[in-house]
Design a protein around this ligand. Structure first.
Ligand SMILES: *Cc1c(COP(=O)(O)O)cnc(C)c1O
Length: 398
C-alpha cells in the first residue's frame, strides 16, 4: 500500500476507487444532477441536522441500545455487543435513510415520492415517512413479490401508499426498479425517488451511507462509555445492498485497527447456483446506475440471486463495499441459509431476541471466528424477526 493513504469515502467524481459513478439514461440526468448539486448543502445545513436528529430521537426511538450479550459472549469467549437497530420504529435500520431522504425531498420542493421494494421492508419505511410528512407515495413492487410479501403490502396500504405491480420480466425487484426509473423520468419536477440501500447512481450511495452512519456514530460513543475506548476489535454486519453494514462501518473506515466483516448470503451454498454471495461470485459491471460487483453470466446478464432472507436477495453490492473488498479494508464472508437459521434460533434462546433472518447472517459468522479471548465485537442487529416467524417455523418444524 506504500505511504499513500487509501481514501475509503466518495471522491469528487462520485467514485470509490474504480467503483461508483452515475451510469444513467440521458433522460434521468437532470433529476440525478439536481440531487448531486444540492445534497451536501442540504444535509450539512444545521436546520436539516436539527430536524433529522429530532425525528430520529422522538419518532424512530434513537439512540438504539448497544447491548452486551452476556450468554452469547460466554459461548464465544469474546465480548459481543449487539447494536439494536431492530428496536427502531418499523423494526429495522431502513427508516434512518427514509427519514433523511424525505426531509431532503421537502427541501428540494418535491410533492411526490416513489420507491422500489423487493421484500417490502423499504416500501414500508418509505410509506411510513410519507404518511408522517403528508407526501404522496407510490411504491413499485414486482407482481411475484406482492404475492410473496402480503403482510408488507397490507402495511403500505394501511399507511396510505399506492402499491403498483411491476408485471414485466421476472416480476421481482429489478423490474420494480425499472418501473420506478421510468416514473421518475416522466415526473422529474415534482417527484423524488427514495432508493433504499447504498446502491444506485452517485450521489445515492454516499447520501444513504451518511444517513445510516448514525449507527457507527452512536456505537463509538456507547463503547467509549461502556469500555473506555470507542474502537472495538471487530464490527460485523450483513450485506444485501449494504446500507446497514455501511452505517455500522462508516465512522470506523479510517480506524484501521478495527476489522470490518460483512456477511453475504450464500443461500444453499456458494457453488449451488442458489446464492447471493456477490463478492465471491460477482464480476465488475454496471447495475442500477453504478459500477460495482454483481452476479452475472459470461455475457453480462444479471443472475437471479437466492437467499432465504428476502432482504439479502440482491445480485450486487453498493460501490463503496466493492471498494472496501478490493482494497482489503473489509472482509467479505459467505453464510448459508442453514447457518443463518441456526444462528437466529441461538440468539432467540440465549438472549431472548428474535432477529431478522438478514441479521442472523451476521450472527452466524461468530461461530467461525475462533476468538483468542476477550476481543470486543460489535454486531449490527439490522432488524427484528417478527416478519420472519413463518419462515423460522417452517424451517424448524415448530
Ligand atoms: C433490507 C434489510 C437488510 C439488507 O439491506 P442492506 O442495505 O444491506 O442493509 C438487512 N437487514 C434487514 C433487517 C433489512 O430489512
Amino acid at each position: 500500500m506504500g505511504n499513500t493513504k487509501i481514501n475509503y469515502y466518495v471522491d469528487e467524481r462520485g467514485y470509490y476507487g474504480e467503483f461508483g459513478g452515475a451510469y444513467i439514461p440521458e433522460m434521468l440526468y437532470p433529476n440525478v444532477e439536481e440531487l448531486r448539486q444540492n445534497y451536501l448543502n442540504i444535509i450539512n445545513d444545521p436546520d436539516f441536522q436539527k430536524e433529522f436528529k429530532e425525528l430520529l430521537t422522538d419518532y424512530v426511538g434513537r439512540e438504539t441500545p448497544l447491548f452486551f450479550a452476556k450468554r452469547l459472549s460466554d459461548r464465544y469467549g469474546a465480548n459481543v455487543y449487539l447494536k439494536r437497530e431492530d428496536l427502531n420504529h418499523t423494526g429495522a435500520h431502513k427508516v434512518n435513510n427514509t427519514i433523511g431522504q424525505i426531509l431532503l425531498a421537502e427541501r428540494l420542493g418535491k410533492k411526490r415520492i416513489i420507491a422500489e421494494t423487493g421484500a417490502g421492508q423499504h416500501g414500508v419505511a418509505t410509506a411510513t415517512v410519507c404518511a408522517l410528512r403528508g407526501l404522496e407515495c407510490v411504491v413499485y413492487m414486482g407482481e411475484i413479490d406482492i404475492k410473496r410479501q402480503a403482510p408488507n403490502v397490507a402495511r403500505m396500504k394501511m399507511l396510505g401508499a399506492t402499491v403498483k405491480p411491476a408485471t414485466s420480466g421476472s416480476k421481482t425487484l429489478k423490474d420494480a426498479t425499472n418501473e420506478a426509473m421510468r416514473d421518475w423520468i416522466n415526473n422529474p419536477v415534482d417527484t423524488h425517488y427514495i432508493i433504499g440501500s447504498v446502491v444506485g447512481p452517485h450521489p445515492y450511495p454516499d447520501m444513504v451511507a451518511r444517513f445510516q452512519s448514525v449507527i457507527s456514530a452512536e456505537v463509538k460513543s456507547q463503547l467509549k462509555a461502556k469500555i473506555g475506548t470507542e474502537l472495538p476489535d471487530y464490527v460485523l454486519a450483513c450485506v444485501g445492498g449494504g446500507s446497514n453494514a455501511m452505517g455500522a462501518f462508516y465512522h470506523f473506515l479510517n480506524d484501521e485497527s478495527v476489522k470490518l466483516i460483512a456477511a453475504e448470503a450464500a443461500g444453499h451454498g456458494v457453488d449451488s447456483g442458489k446464492s447471493a454471495a456477490t463478492t465471491i461470485l460477482g464480476k465488475e459491471g454496471v447495475l442500477h446506475g453504478s459500477r460495482s460487483l454483481l452476479m452475472q453470466t459470461e455475457d453480462g446478464q444479471v443472475v437471479e440471486p437466492h437467499s432465504i432472507s428476502a432482504g439479502l436477495d440482491y445480485p450486487g453490492i453498493g460501490p463503496q463495499h466493492a471498494h472496501l473488498f478490493k482494497t482489503g479494508r473489509g472482509t467479505y464472508v459467505a453464510v448459508t441459509d442453514d447457518e443463518a437459521m441456526q444462528a437466529g434460533k441461538l440468539l432467540a434462546q440465549l438472549e431472548g431476541i428474535i432477529p431478522a433472518i438478514e441479521s442472523s447472517h451476521a450472527l452466524a459468522y461468530l461461530e467461525k471466528m475462533n476468538f483468542k479471548g476477550g476481543e470486543n465485537v460489535v454486531v449490527c442487529l439490522s432488524g427484528r424477526g417478527d416478519k420472519d416467524l413463518q419462515t423460522y417455523m417452517d424451517y424448524f418444524g415448530f
